[in-house]
Design a protein around this ligand. Structure first.
Ligand SMILES: Nc1ncnc2c1ncn2[C@@H]1O[C@H](COP(=O)(O)OP(=O)(O)OP(=O)(O)O)[C@@H](O)[C@H]1O
Length: 578
C-alpha cells in the first residue's frame, strides 16, 4: 500500500510529503537541542563558567528553528494529504465511467458511497498526518540513539534493553487487531448499505406494514458493528497498556543502573540527566507505534475497499472498433449465467431484422430483462455472440454501442434538475427547439407549459412532484431526443391513469416507428402486431413467431399466457405498433 500510495502522489505531493517530514524532524531535533543547551548551561553555571550569554543566543536560534519548522511541516502535510485524496478520487471517477452497468447492480450503493466518502478521506489521514510524523519520529530516534551510543554505550544499551520484548508483544497484538479491524470495516459497510436501503424503502415498507422486519435488520447490523468495534477497542487497550509498561521497564532499569554508574564514576551527573531527559524523546515513536499502526490498519482496510473499485473489471474495449452499417439484432447460441448455480440462459438464438419490432414475453424471472442487459453489455455472454448489424457487440466501441440504443424502462431515473435538463440527458448539445420537439412527440409539452416555470421547472429527487405517467413521458422525450436506431422498451405496468396511459401509448408507438425495437411485453394485447414474438420460459426461448401463429398452437405456452392474461390484457386500441 505504501508503495502504491507513493506512486499515486503527484510530484508536488511527494515534495510536500518530504518537506513535511523534514519539518517535523527539525522541530523535534531543535526541541531536544534546547534541552541539551539548558543542561549544558546548568553545568556551566554550577562549574562557575560564565558563558550564559551564548547559551541564550543558541536557545533563541533553536526556538526560531522549532517554530519555523513546525509551520512548514503543518502546511506541507495538508498539501500532501489533499494531493492523495484528490488523486484517488480522480482515479475512482475515471473508473466509474468505465464499468459495465452491471457493476452498479452488483455493488451496493451504500458500500460505494462509504468508499468514496469515508475511505478516501482516511487516506488523507495516513499520508498527511501519520506518515509524516511517523517518519520524522523514527529519524529523530535513530539520530538520538547514534549520539547516545557514542556518548555512553552502556547507558544506551540499558535504554533499549526491554524494547525487543515490547515490540514482539506489540506485533503479536497488532496481528490480532488487524483481523478485528477487517471485521469491523465489513460490518460498517453492511450497516451503511442496509441503512441506505431502509431509508430508500421507507414509503414502500410503510405501505406494506413491513417496517418492523426491516427495523430489526437495521438494528442487527448496528449491533454487529457495535460488537466488532468494541472488540477492536478492547484488544487495542490491552495491547497498549502492556506495551507501554514494558517500555517503562527499560526506562527505569536504565535510571537505576545509571545511578550505580554515577557512583562508580563511569558517567557524570550531566550525562545521567541527559539520558533521563532525552531517552523520553527516543521512546516517543515507540510509544506512539501502536496508534500509528492502528491508524495504518484502518487505512489499509479502507485502501483494500478503494481497490475494489479501482481494480474491478471494466468493460473491455476492442483494439480496432467496428461500426455496424445497419441495426438488425442477432443472438447466436447465447449462454449466460449471473453466478454459478444461479439462473442460466441456454442456446438463445434469434434474429431481429432492422426496423422491426420483437416482443419478449414470458413469466416473471424467465429472462426478458437479461436479454436486454446482455445486448447492452451490462454483462458479457459466456458463450455465443450478440451482433448488431452483423458486428459482435464486443467489437463495437462501448460508447457507440450505448449511443445506438435508447432505453425506456419502467423505473424512470430523474435527477434534481430542471425538466429541460432532464430531457437534455438524451443529447447534451440539443437546441431548445429540439428539446421542445422531443417533448411534443412525447406528449408532455402541454403539461410542461402548464407549469409556472415551464421547461425551467425544477424537479425533486427522482421526479418527486411528477406523476408516474409524467415521468414516463419525460423519459420518452429523452429517447426521442437521442434518436438512436435501436429502442429497448420495458412496457409500463405501473398504474397510470387512462389519459396518461393513452398518451404514453401514442408516444411510444411513434417512438417505435423506423427503429429496431425489443420490447419486454407485459400486456400481450399491445404486441399482437409485433413482427416477432419470443416466448421465454426459464431462460430458454420455447416459442417464436407472430401472434396469430403462436395463438393457433393451442398446446403452446403462448396460448396459455394469452388465456391467462385476464384483466391485464388491455384493450385493442393500445397496440404498440400503432
Ligand atoms: N444481477 C443479478 N444477479 C443474479 N441473478 C439475477 C440478476 N438479475 C437477475 N437475476 C435473476 O435472473 C433471472 C431472470 O431475471 P430477469 O430480470 O431477466 O427476468 P424477467 O423475465 O425480466 O422478469 P420480470 O418480468 O419479473 O422482470 C431471475 O431469476 C433473476 O432472479
Amino acid at each position: 500500500m505504501i508503495k502504491e500510495i507513493w506512486n499515486t502522489l503527484t510530484s508536488s505531493g511527494k515534495r510536500s510529503l518530504l518537506l513535511s517530514v523534514t519539518g517535523f524532524t527539525l522541530y523535534a531535533l531543535s526541541g531536544i537541542a534546547m534541552m541539551d543547551i539548558v543542561l549544558k548551561s546548568l553545568e556551566s553555571v554550577m562549574s562557575g563558567n560564565g558563558a550564559l550569554m551564548w547559551y541564550w543566543v543558541a536557545l533563541v536560534a533553536c526556538l526560531l528553528i522549532k517554530g519555523g519548522s513546525n509551520i512548514l511541516a503543518d502546511v506541507q502535510k495538508h498539501h500532501a494529504g489533499f494531493d492523495i485524496v484528490f488523486q484517488i478520487r480522480k482515479n475512482i471517477i475515471c473508473r466509474l465511467k468505465e464499468f459495465s452497468l452491471g457493476f452498479y447492480t452488483n455493488e451496493r450503493l451504500g458500500e460505494i458511497s462509504t468508499i468514496i466518502h469515508k475511505d478516501v478521506d482516511k487516506m488523507e489521514m495516513v499520508v498527511g498526518h501519520i506518515w509524516t510524523r511517523m517518519l520524522a519520529d523514527f529519524i529523530v530516534s535513530a539520530v538520538l540513539l547514534a549520539a547516545l551510543v557514542i556518548y555512553s554505550p552502556k547507558m544506551a544499551l540499558l535504554m533499549v534493553s526491554a524494547l525487543p520484548v515490547a515490540i514482539l508483544f506489540l506485533v503479536l497484538g497488532l496481528k490480532r487487531g488487524e483481523r478485528l479491524e477487517k471485521e469491523a470495516g465489513n460490518d460498517l459497510a453492511d450497516m451503511v448499505s442496509v441503512f441506505v436501503e431502509y431509508v430508500k424503502g421507507i414509503p414502500l415498507l410503510k405501505a406494506f406494514s413491513e417496517s418492523r422486519h426491516f427495523e430489526e435488520k437495521v438494528e442487527q447490523t448496528a449491533r454487529d458493528f457495535g460488537q466488532s468495534s468494541k472488540a477492536v477497542s478492547k484488544n487495542r487497550a490491552a495491547v497498549l497498556s502492556v506495551y507501554g509498561f514494558l517500555i517503562d521497564v527499560s526506562f527505569w532499569i536504565m535510571l537505576a543502573v545509571g545511578l550505580l554508574l554515577i557512583l562508580e564514576g563511569s558517567i557524570p551527573v550531566y550525562g545521567f540527566l541527559l539520558f533521563a531527559i532525552i531517552s523520553r524523546e527516543f521512546y516517543k515513536p515507540f510509544l506512539a507505534l501502536e496508534s500509528h499502526w492502528a491508524n495504518y490498519l484502518t487505512a489499509a482496510d479502507s485502501y483494500r475497499r478503494i481497490k475494489k473499485i479501482t481494480e474491478a473489471e471494466t468493460v473491455t474495449e476492442p483494439k480496432t472498433p467496428v461500426s455496424p452499417s445497419e441495426y438488425s439484432i442477432d443472438f447466436e447460441d447465447v449462454t449466460f449465467s449471473y453466478e454459478e448455480g444461479g439462473f442460466t440462459m441456454n442456446g438463445i438464438s434469434f434474429h431481429t431484422p432492422t426496423q422491426t419490432i420483437t416482443a419478449l414475453v414470458g413469466g416473471s424471472g424467465s429472462g426478458k430483462t437479461t436479454i436486454t442487459n446482455l445486448l447492452l453489455r451490462f454483462w458479457d455472454v459466456t458463450n455465443g455472440a450478440i451482433r448488431i448489424g452483423g458486428v459482435d457487440v464486443r467489437d463495437m466501441s462501448y460508447d457507440e454501442l450505448l449511443g445506438s440504443v435508447s432505453i425506456v424502462m419502467q423505473n424512470v431515473q430523474l435527477f434534481v434538475d430542471t425538466i429541460e435538463g432532464n430531457i437534455r440527458l438524451g443529447k447534451a448539445a440539443a437546441t431548445q427547439e429540439e428539446i421542445i420537439e422531443a417533448a411534443k412527440k412525447a406528449r408532455i409539452h402541454d403539461f410542461i407549459l402548464s407549469l409556472p416555470d415551464g421547461y425551467q421547472t425544477m424537479i425533486g429527487e427522482n421526479g418527486v412532484g411528477l406523476s408516474g405517467g409524467q415521468k414516463q413521458r419525460i423519459s420518452i422525450a429523452r429517447a426521442f431526443l437521442k434518436d438512436a436506431p435501436i429502442l429497448l422498451l420495458d412496457e409500463i405496468t405501473s398504474n397510470v391513469d387512462p389519459i396518461n396511459e393513452a398518451l404514453i401509448q401514442e408516444a411510444i408507438s411513434e417512438l417505435a416507428r423506423d427503429r429496431t425495437v425489443l420490447v419486454i411485453a407485459h400486456h400481450l394485447s399491445t404486441i399482437r402486431s409485433a413482427d416477432q414474438i419470443l416466448v421465454l420460459q426459464d431462460g430458454r426461448i420455447v416459442q417464436s413467431g407472430q401472434h396469430e401463429t403462436l395463438l393457433s398452437d393451442t398446446g403452446g405456452y403462448y396460448h396459455k399466457l394469452w388465456n391467462a392474461r385476464g384483466s391485464k390484457g388491455g384493450s385493442a386500441n393500445e397496440e404498440l405498433c400503432g
